[in-house]
Design a protein around this ligand. Structure first.
Ligand SMILES: Cc1cc2nc3c(=O)[nH]c(=O)nc-3n(C[C@H](O)[C@H](O)[C@H](O)COP(=O)(O)OP(=O)(O)OC[C@H]3O[C@@H](n4cnc5c(N)ncnc54)[C@H](O)[C@@H]3O)c2cc1C
Length: 376
């Protein structure tokens, strides 16, 4: 055996998995086609939102609370500054479904929060132009993550604890063999007891039985410059936000570079045929809706982006990830298709993956993510 457990893809989830395995003293090896911390897949673009009162469903809150603890442990272990909890605003109509779920999450788990009306928002956060009838839910345990550094930090911490990372190596197949698994990488084959597939946008290649339920999607991020002073958009003045009201679906992050403010579409730019062919060019016409939203909702920003970039993530048809046994494949675990919202929970899913591979079960709630839900 070359190692006890192999991790295929050391991106967001894979690097955290490797870190958790190494912390548990497990002999683990990670395979990555680029190198940990690259920005060619799901983890690029400088920043990711962390939030706790979850509009995707209260079933995620225990994972989010565990992730919050683990982000701090990773920072402590590596010295990297990864998570700034500067708070988050969810803006929408009070009676809307996302707002109801967010409020239910906060109440059920006693999460620190405030609800602000239009007048309070105009007073406290004049950066946002509010529409009549909207409210804002302020999540105290929300903020900004730094994705490239976080992946690098986890992979480095794992290596310092004895894990191996094989970079620049494309895994072509993961093949159960006897009591173990063979990992095929071009001209070399590695043998391990178990494998964990964390291939992000390439997830569908490893799960043919779920091909019609998993697809890579392209996401475009846009950054805008303030027309005046940038101070109103620094983290201590400008919480992260998500705004889902009527025709508007945008999210945003305070300036991290001292100049540009991320305000981006809270939706994907459509399904891709193949994650190997991400189109980095963004047509001017694609930017018109987000520029119009910025012009209406952010009077202090110049409504033409100073930076535009395309990334991708794998999505399932129900918007929830695939976490559990790889369907029909012994000794292989699958964590993929995080559907545009997996980064914030990456260290918790690293714990899930390590527990599944070592103990066959996990202490964290993942029932709603069972890959078999699409096969029954
Ligand atoms: C633009 C954008 C904005 C987002 N915003 C947020 C946000 O604010 N908050 C949030 O929580 N989430 C957000 N997400 C979602 C989140 O970033 C993803 O869900 C998460 O990063 C997915 O992690 P992953 O490990 O599955 O994929 P990745 O991080 O892409 O990792 C997969 C890795 O596998 C490697 N790999 C794949 N195939 C092979 C192979 N055959 N051989 C070797 N290596 C391989 C890849 O190179 C890659 O490094 C966003 C996503 C995007 C794209």
């Amino acid at each position: 055996m070359d190692a006890k457990i192999a991790v295929i893809g050391t991106g967001s989830i894979g690097s955290m998995t490797l870190w958790q395995l190494a912390r548990a003293g497990v002999d683990a090896i990670g395979f990555e086609q680029y190198a940990p911390g690259h920005d060619q897949a799901a983890a690029g673009g400088e920043s990711r939102i962390f939030r706790t009162a979850y509009l995707e469903g209260p079933q995620y809150v225990p994972l989010l609370l565990r992730a919050r603890e683990l982000w701090r442990e990773l920072e402590e272990e590596t010295g990297f500054d990864l998570l700034t909890l500067n708070g988050g605003l969810m803006i929408g109509h009070q009676e809307s479904e996302p707002m109801r779920i967010v409020l239910a999450s906060a109440r059920n788990f006693d999460l620190p929060h405030r609800v602000l009306g239009v007048e309070e928002m105009r007073r406290e956060y004049p950066q946002h132009a509010m529409r009549d009838g909207e409210i804002a839910f302020f999540d105290e345990w929300a903020g900004v993550l730094r994705p490239e550094f976080a992946v690098l930090a986890a992979a480095t911490a794992a290596q310092q604890r004895g894990a191996q990372v094989v970079s620049g190596t494309h895994v072509t197949d993961v093949e159960p063999h006897g009591d173990g698994v063979r990992i095929h990488c071009g001209d070399r084959t590695w043998t391990v007891e178990q494998a964990i597939v964390t291939a992000g946008p390439w997830t569908n290649r490893f799960v043919p039985s779920l091909a019609q339920h998993v697809h890579p999607r392209r996401l475009v991020m846009t950054w805008y410059h303030p027309s005046g002073s940038v101070t109103d958009y620094l983290p201590d003045r400008f919480p992260i936000f998500i705004r889902d009201t009527d025709d508007v679906h945008v999210f945003g992050i305070p300036t991290l570079d001292g100049g540009s403010v991320k305000v981006a579409p809270h939706a994907s730019f459509g399904q891709m045929d193949d994650a190997d062919h991400l189109d980095h060019n963004v047509a001017a016409s694609d930017l018109e809706p987000i520029n119009a939203a910025v012009a209406e909702l952010f009077p202090g920003l110049v409504p033409t982006p100073v930076r535009v970039a395309a990334y991708m993530d794998a999505y399932t048809t129900d918007g929830h990830a695939l976490v559990g046994e790889m369907p029909g494949t012994a000794n292989v675990w699958l964590l993929g298709a995080f559907s545009g919202h997996g980064f914030k929970m990456a260290p918790a899913f690293g714990q899930v993956a390590a527990e599944l591979a070592v103990d066959g079960k996990t202490s964290l709630p993942i029932e709603h993510l069972d890959p078999n839900r699409f096969l029954t």
